[in-house]
Design a protein around this ligand. Structure first.
Ligand SMILES: [Zn+2]
Length: 190
């Protein structure tokens, strides 16, 4: 069954180093660290507008204060679920988001569709991200990973055949780690 959302397309104004991950990870990846400086795309409704376009949700959600507050709150809940030990508190928090909406099944011209609806439109991106989290936890929980670089806060879905992906990006974090190892070896003469 195909979701009726249009596929995400990177917005030209999107400054993030990692895009194109599944929706719940794409929401987590609105925070990143670049040269020791923390960035947050969701620090304004303008940034939210960029994220909604990148996530393909700009026709279904409004980049207003209510949507921003809901989305940032949901990002915190999802971060706690991914980065901390499982707890009843974080499960309850996620269930609180999920209770705001439901999936309606219907037949479209192209075949079966599913369509998410929420009690308040401000919660639609949050609900979709929470539902996407459940989907990935059901399909491949061990493939949801944080970047292995200690100074990186990005997360990704490892779709490599053997599950060997360690970095958000080989070009950025992979090379930084390689350079650091090289430096350590040179320094200790090994
Ligand atoms: Zn990284």
């Amino acid at each position: 069954m195909q979701p009726e959302e249009r596929p995400p397309q990177r917005d030209a104004a999107d400054p993030r180093p990692l895009v194109g991950e599944p929706l719940f990870l794409d929401l987590l990846n609105t925070r990143w660290i670049d040269d020791g400086v923390r960035h947050d795309l969701l620090d304004s409704t303008d940034g939210l507008a960029v994220w909604l376009r990148s996530a393909g949700l700009d026709e279904r959600a409004t980049a207003d204060r209510a949507t921003l507050d809901a989305t940032v709150r949901t990002r915190e809940i999802l971060l706690a679920l991914v980065d901390e030990e499982p707890s009843a508190q974080s499960a309850d928090a996620l269930n609180g988001v999920l209770e705001r909406g439901a999936l309606h099944l219907r037949l479209g011209l192209g075949g079966p569709q599913n369509h998410a609806r929420t009690d308040d439109p401000a919660w639609l991106p949050s609900w979709l991200a929470a539902a996407d989290y459940l989907r990935l936890m059901a399909d491949s929980p061990d493939r949801v990973k944080p970047c292995a670089h200690p100074n990186c806060v990005l997360h990704f879905h490892d779709t490599t055949k053997n599950g060997t992906r360690r970095w958000c990006s080989m070009a950025v974090c992979g090379n930084r780690a390689k350079a650091a190892r090289h430096y350590e070896r040179a320094k200790t003469g090994r």
